[in-house]
Write a protein that binds this ligand. Sequence first.
Ligand SMILES: [Zn+2]
Length: 251
Amino acid sequence: MRECIFCHEQASSREDAWPLWLMRYLPSNGSIEAERGGSSLSAWNSSTPNLKIRCVCKSCNNGWMSKLENRVKPIVLGLIEGKLQSITSDAQSVLSIWAVKNAMVYENFYQERPRFYIDGKRHQLRIANVIPPRTSVWIAKCVNHPGAYTIAEDLRGPLSNGSGECNTYATTMVFASLALQVVSSRLSAVVPLETNVTTVLNKGQWDDIVVRIWPTTTEQQNWPSTVGLNGLLGLDEFGERFLVGNDNQDS
Ligand SMILES: [Zn+2]
Protein backbone atom coordinates (compact mmCIF):
# COMPACT_ATOMS: atom_id res chain seq x y z
CA MET A 1 0.00 0.00 0.00
CA ARG A 2 1.33 3.39 -0.92
CA GLU A 3 0.96 5.97 1.85
CA CYS A 4 -0.18 9.56 1.54
CA ILE A 5 2.96 11.68 1.91
CA PHE A 6 1.11 14.22 4.04
CA CYS A 7 -0.80 12.05 6.54
CA HIS A 8 -0.06 8.27 6.28
CA GLU A 9 -3.54 7.36 5.02
CA GLN A 10 -3.68 5.19 1.93
CA ALA A 11 -2.67 7.16 -1.17
CA SER A 12 -5.93 6.62 -2.96
CA SER A 13 -6.01 9.81 -4.94
CA ARG A 14 -4.03 11.10 -7.88
CA GLU A 15 -2.81 14.65 -7.68
CA ASP A 16 -2.56 16.58 -10.94
CA ALA A 17 1.12 17.43 -11.14
CA TRP A 18 0.39 20.55 -13.18
CA PRO A 19 -2.95 22.05 -12.13
CA LEU A 20 -5.52 21.85 -14.91
CA TRP A 21 -6.53 25.51 -14.37
CA LEU A 22 -3.05 26.48 -15.57
CA MET A 23 -2.99 24.38 -18.71
CA ARG A 24 -4.68 26.96 -20.92
CA TYR A 25 -1.68 29.26 -20.39
CA LEU A 26 0.74 26.76 -21.89
CA PRO A 27 1.54 26.74 -25.61
CA SER A 28 -0.37 23.93 -27.31
CA ASN A 29 2.82 22.40 -28.62
CA GLY A 30 4.69 23.01 -25.38
CA SER A 31 6.17 20.25 -23.36
CA ILE A 32 6.20 19.42 -19.69
CA GLU A 33 9.47 18.18 -18.32
CA ALA A 34 10.77 16.94 -15.02
CA GLU A 35 14.39 16.48 -14.14
CA ARG A 36 16.45 15.80 -11.03
CA GLY A 37 20.20 15.83 -10.85
CA GLY A 38 20.64 15.44 -14.59
CA SER A 39 18.36 12.44 -15.07
CA SER A 40 15.25 13.45 -16.98
CA LEU A 41 11.86 11.90 -16.95
CA SER A 42 10.22 11.79 -20.33
CA ALA A 43 8.65 15.00 -21.57
CA TRP A 44 4.88 15.28 -21.88
CA ASN A 45 3.03 17.36 -24.40
CA SER A 46 0.88 19.98 -22.73
CA SER A 47 -2.05 19.27 -25.04
CA THR A 48 -2.37 16.00 -23.08
CA PRO A 49 -1.43 17.16 -19.63
CA ASN A 50 -2.77 14.08 -17.93
CA LEU A 51 0.09 13.77 -15.55
CA LYS A 52 -0.91 12.56 -12.14
CA ILE A 53 1.15 11.43 -9.20
CA ARG A 54 -0.31 8.87 -6.81
CA CYS A 55 1.08 10.03 -3.51
CA VAL A 56 -1.81 11.64 -1.63
CA CYS A 57 -5.07 10.48 -0.06
CA LYS A 58 -8.55 11.61 -1.04
CA SER A 59 -9.12 13.63 2.08
CA CYS A 60 -5.87 15.60 1.62
CA ASN A 61 -6.47 16.10 -2.09
CA ASN A 62 -10.09 17.21 -1.68
CA GLY A 63 -9.52 18.97 1.63
CA TRP A 64 -6.58 21.22 2.53
CA MET A 65 -4.87 20.85 -0.86
CA SER A 66 -7.96 21.90 -2.75
CA LYS A 67 -8.45 24.88 -0.41
CA LEU A 68 -4.82 25.90 -0.93
CA GLU A 69 -5.29 25.62 -4.71
CA ASN A 70 -8.34 27.91 -4.52
CA ARG A 71 -6.43 30.48 -2.47
CA VAL A 72 -3.38 30.51 -4.74
CA LYS A 73 -5.23 30.50 -8.06
CA PRO A 74 -6.03 34.25 -8.26
CA ILE A 75 -2.46 35.10 -7.20
CA VAL A 76 -0.78 32.82 -9.76
CA LEU A 77 -3.13 33.91 -12.55
CA GLY A 78 -2.69 37.58 -11.58
CA LEU A 79 1.09 37.22 -11.89
CA ILE A 80 0.92 35.32 -15.19
CA GLU A 81 -1.61 37.69 -16.74
CA GLY A 82 0.24 40.78 -15.47
CA LYS A 83 -2.78 41.99 -13.48
CA LEU A 84 -0.85 42.02 -10.20
CA GLN A 85 1.86 44.67 -9.99
CA SER A 86 2.70 43.97 -6.38
CA ILE A 87 2.47 41.01 -4.06
CA THR A 88 1.25 41.52 -0.51
CA SER A 89 2.91 39.68 2.34
CA ASP A 90 -0.22 37.49 2.67
CA ALA A 91 -0.01 36.58 -1.02
CA GLN A 92 3.72 35.88 -0.62
CA SER A 93 2.94 33.40 2.17
CA VAL A 94 0.17 31.58 0.27
CA LEU A 95 2.34 31.35 -2.85
CA SER A 96 5.26 30.04 -0.77
CA ILE A 97 3.18 27.36 0.96
CA TRP A 98 1.87 26.24 -2.44
CA ALA A 99 5.39 26.15 -3.93
CA VAL A 100 6.70 24.08 -1.01
CA LYS A 101 3.70 21.71 -1.31
CA ASN A 102 4.52 21.29 -5.01
CA ALA A 103 8.20 20.63 -4.25
CA MET A 104 7.15 17.91 -1.77
CA VAL A 105 4.80 16.32 -4.32
CA TYR A 106 7.28 16.54 -7.22
CA GLU A 107 9.88 14.62 -5.20
CA ASN A 108 7.72 11.58 -5.91
CA PHE A 109 8.59 11.72 -9.60
CA TYR A 110 11.97 10.33 -8.65
CA GLN A 111 11.08 7.23 -6.71
CA GLU A 112 14.50 5.65 -6.90
CA ARG A 113 15.96 8.51 -4.84
CA PRO A 114 15.43 9.10 -1.14
CA ARG A 115 13.12 12.01 -0.35
CA PHE A 116 14.70 15.19 0.96
CA TYR A 117 11.70 16.36 3.03
CA ILE A 118 11.02 14.13 6.01
CA ASP A 119 7.52 13.03 7.10
CA GLY A 120 7.30 15.49 9.99
CA LYS A 121 7.91 18.49 7.72
CA ARG A 122 5.18 17.42 5.29
CA HIS A 123 2.73 16.80 8.13
CA GLN A 124 3.41 20.25 9.60
CA LEU A 125 2.72 21.83 6.23
CA ARG A 126 -0.65 20.04 6.09
CA ILE A 127 -1.66 20.68 9.70
CA ALA A 128 -0.45 24.24 10.24
CA ASN A 129 0.93 25.62 6.94
CA VAL A 130 4.41 25.46 8.45
CA ILE A 131 7.19 25.89 5.89
CA PRO A 132 10.30 23.90 6.91
CA PRO A 133 13.06 25.95 8.59
CA ARG A 134 15.99 27.04 6.40
CA THR A 135 13.71 27.31 3.38
CA SER A 136 13.65 30.18 0.90
CA VAL A 137 11.26 30.72 -2.00
CA TRP A 138 11.83 32.98 -4.99
CA ILE A 139 9.82 33.82 -8.08
CA ALA A 140 10.94 35.09 -11.48
CA LYS A 141 9.30 35.93 -14.77
CA CYS A 142 10.00 33.71 -17.78
CA VAL A 143 10.30 35.01 -21.29
CA ASN A 144 9.99 32.48 -24.14
CA HIS A 145 8.96 29.92 -21.58
CA PRO A 146 8.93 26.27 -22.56
CA GLY A 147 5.55 25.37 -21.06
CA ALA A 148 5.67 23.60 -17.74
CA TYR A 149 8.89 22.36 -16.30
CA THR A 150 10.45 21.22 -13.07
CA ILE A 151 14.03 20.53 -12.14
CA ALA A 152 15.43 19.42 -8.79
CA GLU A 153 19.02 19.68 -7.66
CA ASP A 154 20.70 17.95 -4.72
CA LEU A 155 23.60 19.92 -3.31
CA ARG A 156 25.80 18.77 -0.50
CA GLY A 157 28.80 20.45 0.99
CA PRO A 158 30.79 20.96 4.18
CA LEU A 159 30.07 24.07 6.24
CA SER A 160 32.90 26.59 5.98
CA ASN A 161 33.49 26.53 9.77
CA GLY A 162 34.06 22.78 9.58
CA SER A 163 31.24 21.98 12.01
CA GLY A 164 29.42 19.53 9.76
CA GLU A 165 27.70 19.06 6.47
CA CYS A 166 24.83 20.83 4.79
CA ASN A 167 22.38 19.08 2.52
CA THR A 168 20.43 21.42 0.25
CA TYR A 169 17.60 20.61 -2.12
CA ALA A 170 16.50 23.10 -4.77
CA THR A 171 13.27 22.64 -6.73
CA THR A 172 12.58 24.95 -9.66
CA MET A 173 9.15 24.85 -11.29
CA VAL A 174 7.64 26.78 -14.15
CA PHE A 175 4.02 27.41 -14.98
CA ALA A 176 3.83 29.42 -18.21
CA SER A 177 5.57 32.76 -17.53
CA LEU A 178 5.96 32.19 -13.78
CA ALA A 179 8.98 30.41 -12.31
CA LEU A 180 9.15 29.48 -8.63
CA GLN A 181 12.15 28.16 -6.77
CA VAL A 182 12.13 26.45 -3.37
CA VAL A 183 15.48 25.89 -1.66
CA SER A 184 15.66 24.01 1.64
CA SER A 185 18.75 23.10 3.65
CA ARG A 186 19.20 20.46 6.31
CA LEU A 187 22.23 20.29 8.56
CA SER A 188 23.82 17.16 9.99
CA ALA A 189 22.71 16.45 13.57
CA VAL A 190 25.99 17.60 15.12
CA VAL A 191 25.61 21.17 13.88
CA PRO A 192 24.23 23.64 16.47
CA LEU A 193 20.68 24.77 15.60
CA GLU A 194 21.57 28.46 15.50
CA THR A 195 24.16 27.97 12.75
CA ASN A 196 23.50 30.15 9.74
CA VAL A 197 23.84 28.66 6.30
CA THR A 198 24.95 30.78 3.41
CA THR A 199 24.49 29.38 -0.04
CA VAL A 200 26.82 30.68 -2.69
CA LEU A 201 25.28 31.81 -5.95
CA ASN A 202 26.73 31.16 -9.35
CA LYS A 203 27.40 34.44 -11.06
CA GLY A 204 24.44 36.15 -12.64
CA GLN A 205 22.39 39.30 -12.08
CA TRP A 206 20.01 37.45 -9.79
CA ASP A 207 18.97 40.53 -7.80
CA ASP A 208 17.40 41.99 -10.93
CA ILE A 209 15.74 38.72 -11.87
CA VAL A 210 14.31 37.14 -8.75
CA VAL A 211 11.86 38.31 -6.12
CA ARG A 212 12.16 36.61 -2.76
CA ILE A 213 8.78 35.76 -1.27
CA TRP A 214 9.87 33.56 1.66
CA PRO A 215 10.88 34.46 4.29
CA THR A 216 8.88 37.59 3.61
CA THR A 217 10.93 40.76 3.92
CA THR A 218 8.66 43.69 3.11
CA GLU A 219 4.95 44.34 3.11
CA GLN A 220 4.76 44.44 -0.68
CA GLN A 221 7.00 43.14 -3.42
CA ASN A 222 6.86 44.70 -6.86
CA TRP A 223 6.15 42.51 -9.85
CA PRO A 224 7.48 41.72 -12.38
CA SER A 225 11.20 42.00 -11.75
CA THR A 226 13.19 44.13 -14.20
CA VAL A 227 14.82 41.21 -15.99
CA GLY A 228 13.22 37.92 -17.03
CA LEU A 229 14.63 34.44 -17.53
CA ASN A 230 15.03 33.74 -21.22
CA GLY A 231 13.88 30.33 -22.46
CA LEU A 232 15.20 26.97 -21.33
CA LEU A 233 18.76 28.20 -21.04
CA GLY A 234 17.78 30.88 -18.53
CA LEU A 235 15.77 28.31 -16.59
CA ASP A 236 18.68 25.88 -16.44
CA GLU A 237 20.91 28.60 -15.04
CA PHE A 238 18.22 29.55 -12.54
CA GLY A 239 17.81 25.91 -11.45
CA GLU A 240 21.53 25.47 -10.99
CA ARG A 241 22.48 28.83 -9.51
CA PHE A 242 23.41 27.50 -6.06
CA LEU A 243 26.64 26.12 -4.76
CA VAL A 244 26.84 24.93 -1.17
CA GLY A 245 30.06 25.26 0.82
CA ASN A 246 33.39 25.49 -0.90
CA ASP A 247 33.48 21.98 -2.08
CA ASN A 248 30.30 21.43 -4.00
CA GLN A 249 29.96 17.78 -4.90
CA ASP A 250 27.17 15.71 -6.28
CA SER A 251 26.14 13.11 -3.77
ZN1 LIG B 1 -3.43 12.47 3.24
